[in-house]
Write a protein that binds this ligand. Structure first.
Ligand code: NDP
Length: 294
């Protein structure tokens, strides 16, 4: 009884890559090869797989990326020294530190150490501050990707009630700020829910646009969804599945079959927001490299 239209991250990211071709060619004509340094500390399997999908895309587009891998017992000082080196290495226009980091390393300190002009992930306080004041420089990749999906499918945010479930610095907070800005992609009335929200479903059911960024497998079931809503599922969760070769499958934060029956639009998992996160990382790196154009 599927009713919702699927908002395909594959379709939107393909349009992004096609738009980027000319910009890449223009940079290369001036002998600028957009470069990304990725730092991966430890051997978390999900992090390794995210990094692979990011760097594979760089390769596919003929862009330069290098993954620097370090053991989980790397010290905070060693990591900060490495970042300082990369800040001064002009082969790299962007620096990405794959999160989460091991518990003995303070993430805020590490993010703060990245030069804001190379902060293609958009997590630096300077990037977040500019975003909050309505003059974004680098918009973090997942929120930017969500806005691009809405734009591609002509889904307006202006005047809508948009409910964000989750308030992390990476997804929930920046998307809630962006969509409430007085800007083309904003002008929504925004409600932010989190683990201290009582009766989250009551808020979610009021949403014209519902964004689920919780990290809770399939928590958002049909009871959370207003008929006709647009549901953006950011979640990427591994759940055990002995029928699969890998022993797990990936599900979102939304119960897809129930959402499909109730909503008008849904982003699939996989194949939705995740693909856009990678596309926006490429776009941000190209933006960083373009600052060197004459
Ligand atoms: P975090 O764990 O940093 O944040 C989760 C947020 O959800 C927190 O604000 C937390 O509240 C809230 N929350 C958690 N459980 C509940 C609950 N039971 N009820 C209400 N609120 C709850 O996660 P991220 O924002 O980094 O990621 C969210 C999901 O998105 C994950 O599945 C992650 O893998 C995925 N992700 C996907 C990306 C993509 O490209 N598609 C990119 C980044 C993340 P509180 O603040 O009170 O703790």
């Amino acid at each position: 009884m599927a009713k919702a239209k699927l908002l395909s991250g594959k379709e939107v990211s393909a349009a992004v890559y096609s738009d980027l071709e000319q910009r890449i060619a223009r940079l290369k004509a001036q002998h600028i090869s957009p470069g990304l340094a990725v730092i991966l500390v430890g051997d978390d399997p999900a992090s390794q797989s995210y990094v692979r999908s990011k760097t594979r895309r760089f390769e596919k587009l003929g862009l330069f990326s290098e993954t620097l891998r370090y053991p989980a017992d790397m010290t905070e000082d060693e990591l900060l020294a490495k970042i300082s080196e990369l800040n001064n290495d002009n082969r790299f226009h962007g620096i990405l530190v794959q999160l989460p980091l091991p518990a003995h390393i303070a993430e805020e300190k590490v993010i703060f150490a990245i030069a804001p002009e190379k902060d293609v992930d958009g997590f630096h306080p300077v990037s977040l501050g500019l975003l909050a004041s309505g003059n974004p420089s680098f918009i973090s990749c997942t929120p930017k990707g969500i806005l691009r999906i809405l734009d591609h499918y002509g889904i307006e945010t202006g005047g809508k009630h948009l409910v964000v479930c989750g308030r992390s610095n990476i997804v929930g907070r920046p998307i809630s700020i962006l969509t409430s800005l007085k800007a083309d992609f904003g002008n929504a009335t925004v409600t932010v829910c989190h683990s201290r929200t009582q009766n989250m479903a009551d808020f979610a059911r009021q949403a014209d646009i519902l964004i689920a960024a919780l990290g809770q497998p399939e928590m958002i079931n049909g009871d959370f969804i207003k008929p006709g809503a647009c549901v953006i599922d950011v979640g990427i969760n591994r759940v055990p599945d002995p029928t699969r070769e890998k022993g797990y499958r990936i599900v979102g934060d939304v119960k897809a079959d129930e959402a499909l029956a109730k909503a008008d639009y849904l982003t699939p998992v996989p194949g939705g927001v995740g693909l856009m996160t990678v596309a926006m990382l490429v776009e941000n790196t190209i933006e960083a490299a373009e600052k060197y154009l004459n």
